[in-house]
Design a protein around this ligand. Structure first.
Ligand code: AMP
Length: 409
């Protein structure tokens, strides 16, 4: 029997997301989430997907999940109950999402002890993510030591950005000693969406210039020239760039010294402020764009300010990336806000007809599932909505690596 299935694991600090895919037709067999690991009561939500119609059967279990090992054992158990256990000979590999690959990891990588050690060495630049990713890797390796385990890095797609975009203008020796440079994140999404957007407008991804706007709870933009990323908005960490659900994005670095010296705050307090109590939530108390729009429609001033700051920053990045690329074939919106919020898309591109950019009001308002164009046909730049699929991208890259298949997506 040929092994054609890939288990994708995304291990966070208190949760594990997983998907089992069959790479013969890239279909999903099961998806799930283990939440609140280490808390008094955890939750496992497992969905079995079957048949050509993709019929879903959901099982929910609550109870303590003391640690990541227990979480992954629960995942294995749920899959086994549906006859999809980790011991199945059809399982070809496990693909692990790893947030920070630093400068070293620019491609999906087969995990061995050296790779594990290097991911660990990168933990100081991704303290919230890499340690959790590593627990996932080590635990899954113990459950199936004979299988290939592959790390797919959030930073990898951005490793092609030129030095001029990757360098902060600070003392080079200090920067190099502490590995301070711009790495970028959400790479699997930017890679997948830039390719899908190029194909949607009938272009070979190797020939297309694309701006990708990944607007989820975390948000980032990228400029992609001929399939290679040349600029992206996140930096050393996912804090830089666009306004996000709870993160500030760009700000004058002197704000940090000011809050320390004048506000009496510690570095850790400012870290929490900028990562958890800023962005949309800091401006208006809500980070869900649906709720913000509802409040705007009711005349709520704080919600309007939050929306305006969000959109203003987005427009600045679109303009900047237009200039970076020189010529743009398609601007693609993706992730929770990008895929669903017509008002954000409309406001971000309002008045940009002079740049060949606009959204068609009716196409923009029409809800739809798949990739679609929302721009009027006569303008020079296409505007697209492209649902992202990071798990499929991780599974595809993992499968290609373990089967030695040529890249042809
Ligand atoms: P993500 O991180 O990609 O899952 O995106 C999550 C965010 O998407 C949420 O915090 C919401 O702000 C936003 N979102 C999800 N659904 C909608 C919707 N129907 N309309 C507007 N925003 C949405």
């Amino acid at each position: 029997m040929t092994a054609t299935r890939v288990l994708v694991l995304n291990t966070g600090s208190s949760s594990v997301k997983y998907q089992l895919l069959d790479m013969t037709d890239r279909s999903r067999l099961a998806v799930g989430l283990v939440e609140r690991i280490g808390e008094e009561s955890g939750r496992i939500r497992h969905t079995l997907i079957s048949g050509p119609q993709g019929r879903e059967r959901i099982r929910e279990t609550t109870g303590p999940v003391p640690d990541h090992r227990a979480a992954l054992e629960a995942v294995a158990e749920e899959l086994a109950r549906d006859g999809l256990g980790l011991d199945s000979p059809e399982l070809a590999a496990v693909g692990h999402r790893v947030v920070h690959g630093g400068k070293r990891f620019t491609e999906p990588t087969l995990i061995d002890t050296t790779v594990v050690n290097e991911i660990e060495r990168l933990s100081p630049v991704a303290p919230l993510h890499n340690p959790a990713n590593l627990i996932g890797i080590r635990t899954a390796q113990k459950l199936r030591p004979d299988l290939p385990h592959v790390a797919v890095f959030d930073t990898a797609f951005h490793s092609t950005i030129p030095e001029a975009a990757a360098r902060y203008a600070i003392d080079v020796e200090t920067a190099d000693r502490h590995r301070v440079r711009r790495y970028g994140f959400h790479g699997t999404s930017h890679s997948y969406v830039s390719r899908a957007a190029a194909k949607l407008v009938g272009k070979d991804p190797a020939e297309a210039n694309v701006i990708v706007l990944h607007l989820g709870n975390g948000a980032s933009a990228s400029a992609v020239r001929g399939g290679r990323c040349v600029e992206t908005s996140m930096g050393l960490t996912p804090l830089e760039g666009l306004v996000m659900g709870t993160r500030s994005g760009d700000l004058d670095p002197a704000v940090v010294f000011h809050l320390m010296r004048v506000g009496g705050m510690t570095a850790d307090e400012i870290d929490v402020l900028l990562n958890k109590r800023s962005g949309l939530v800091g401006l208006c108390g809500d980070n869900d764009m649906r709720e913000i729009r509802r409040r705007v429609d009711e005349g709520d001033e704080a919600a309007k300010l939050a929306f305006d700051v969000y959109v203003h920053r987005l427009r600045k990045y679109i303009g900047a990336y237009y200039a970076v690329l020189g010529r743009v074939d398609v601007v693609a919106f993706t992730a929770g806000v990008g895929e669903n919020s017509a008002p954000v898309r409309a406001a971000a591109l309002e008045g940009l007809e002079g740049l060949g950019l606009a959204v068609d009001e009716h196409l923009n308002a029409r809800p739809a599932d798949g990739p679609r164009l929302i721009s009027p046909p006569h303008l020079s730049v296409a505007v697209a909505v492209v649902p992202t699929d990071e798990e499929l991208e991780i599974a595809a890259e993992t499968y290609e690596l373990v089967t030695g298949a040529r890249r042809r997506r």
